[in-house]
Design a binder for this molecule. Structure first.
Ligand code: 6PG
Length: 465
């Protein structure tokens, strides 16, 4: 028999996605290292729907036409190498689906190059980690629309489902799917840092134990329905099997990253869009990496005191801060999507993006349902802070944040993302910012000119005359 789709790359994500797809469709799998394929077939595969291939020619000849080949391999050069090795066997109209975290500019380049050869390309963001890949991820496809329609049924069957449908939707041409996935990850970095800062406050200002924090996060999550808050609660109560100590206390505080957060910020700067909370998520990881330096510096500079806080009173304020900053992280992300949609002609549908993020993905939370409704009411909403649903909630958080900031200051606690979110909101609601002084300084040293409040035109002053 011929198989409906091929999957190349049997890392855990690839394996789980193959098993997921095989529940409804036939699939042929290939991995460069043969032993991995054999092991997968022996240990994990219990269905006739999956066939192993040990060379690419065989893989492609076992597929129905036009062939659909999904790549689940490490972003970057490996993707180009695999495409190169597939080329001799590809025919007109075949479809390549890149399911990795590829940089959107690479996806544009590959789309164009392959289109010249008659090969159709889909750049597809897939979120949900190992569990999502197996049980239903959020899938963000972009690229050739006809090609999407030909794989839609397979993607829909594999995706997470809500009562609104499968968490997959055609997002736009070229790299639209990978772009949206990149921003998903940028928001992910922001919310991860926000939860980490709240944990830091709980241990350093409130002197709570991980198990106590776990209970608080779990309790909050009855409202938040946030995957990242849910796993935080689970992490904080996990014990090290060897010595029974809380595992979180044994994990080295140096965060790694593979690029998607950094790319979000790099591209935001290219498009002239401020994403300070997302940026804080990236910067905090960079600073965390300087462990040796931090340990040395702490001896010289760090002399924290501890504010006296009433735990019962401060806990609801922390909850409010977590909510506030998370909304801001989403708001920054969506604002960036809006600029990118114009710049790259993606024609993004924000309501649909929020909908497919409501389940399956890492940043799923109840907030997304409200975001989905806000864009359903008005697809041109220029910032989520003005959405009816969020307005009053954001306003109310102001005073709560203030108390957290002042008490944290005594402990010399860096709350990079919480401050960034608060300042983003404060900036966007300031009638007057001090940019008049910036303009004067620019004109002073560089004759860069300025505009005035009281009359039209462009002005320059001889400042020292
Ligand atoms: C997802 C995740 C996933 C991956 C990230 C994290 O949506 O399922 O975002 O794609 O875990 O790439 O990457 P970092 O290593 O950069 O934190």
């Amino acid at each position: 028999p011929k198989y409906e789709i091929a999957l190349i790359g049997l890392s855990v994500m690839g394996q789980n996605l193959a098993l997921n797809i095989a529940e409804n469709h036939s699939i042929a799998v290939y991995n460069r290292t043969e032993s991995k394929t054999k092991e997968f077939m022996e240990k994990k595969v219990k269905t006739e729907n999956i066939k192993a291939s040990y060379d690419l020619k065989d893989l492609l000849s076992s597929l129905t036409k036009p062939r659909k080949i999904m790549l689940m391999i490490k972003a970057g050069e490996p993707v180009d190498l695999v495409i190169e090795s597939l080329l001799p066997y590809l025919e007109n109209d075949d479809i390549i689906i890149d399911g990795g975290n590829s940089h959107f500019k690479d996806t544009n380049r590959r789309t164009k190059k392959l289109a010249e050869k008659g090969i159709r390309y889909l750049g597809v963001g897939i979120s949900g980690g190992e569990y999502g890949a197996l049980h239903g991820p959020s899938i963000m496809p972009g690229g050739n629309k006809e090609a999407y329609q030909e794989v839609e049924a397979i993607l829909k069957d594999a995706a997470a489902k809500t009562e609104k449908g499968a968490c997959v939707s055609y997002l736009g041409p070229d790299s639209a799917g990978h772009y949206v996935k990149m921003i998903h990850n940028g928001i992910e970095y922001g919310i991860m840092e926000i939860t980490a800062e709240i944990y830091d406050y709980m241990r350093k200002v409130m002197a709570l134990e991980p198990s106590q924090m776990s209970e608080i996060f779990a309790e909050w999550n009855q409202d938040f329905q946030s995957y990242l808050v849910e796993i935080t609660a689970k992490i904080l109560k996990k014990e090290d099997p060897q010595n029974g100590e809380k595992l979180i206390n044994l994990i080295l505080d140096k965060a790694k990253h593979k690029g998607t957060g950094k790319w979000s910020v790099q591209n935001a700067l290219d498009l002239g869009v401020a994403v300070p909370t997302i940026n804080a998520g990236v910067n905090a990881r960079l600073l965390s990496a300087l462990k040796t330096e931090r340990v040395e510096n702490s001896k010289e500079f760090h002399s924290p005191d501890r504010a006296k806080v009433e735990n019962e009173l401060i806990i609801p304020k922390l909850k409010s801060a977590l909510y506030f900053a998370s909304v801001i992280a989403y708001a920054e992300g969506f604002k960036l999507l809006q600029s990118a949609s114009k710049e790259y002609n993606y024609q993004l549908n924000y309501q649909e993006i929020a909908r497919i993020w409501e389940d399956g993905c890492i940043i799923r939370s109840a907030i997304l349902e409200a975001i989905q409704k806000s864009f359903a009411d008005n697809n041109n909403l220029n910032t989520l802070i003005k959405a009816e649903f969020f307005k009053d909630r954001l306003k109310a958080a102001g005073a709560d944040l203030e108390e957290i900031f002042t008490t944290a200051a005594l402990s010399e606690l860096p709350l990079t993302a919480l401050h960034a979110a608060s300042d983003y909101f404060n900036s966007l609601k300031s009638e007057n910012l001090p940019a008049n002084l910036i303009q004067a300084q620019r004109d002073f040293f560089g004759a860069h000119t300025y505009q005035r409040r009281d009359k039209e035109g462009v002005f320059h002053t001889e400042w020292e005359a």
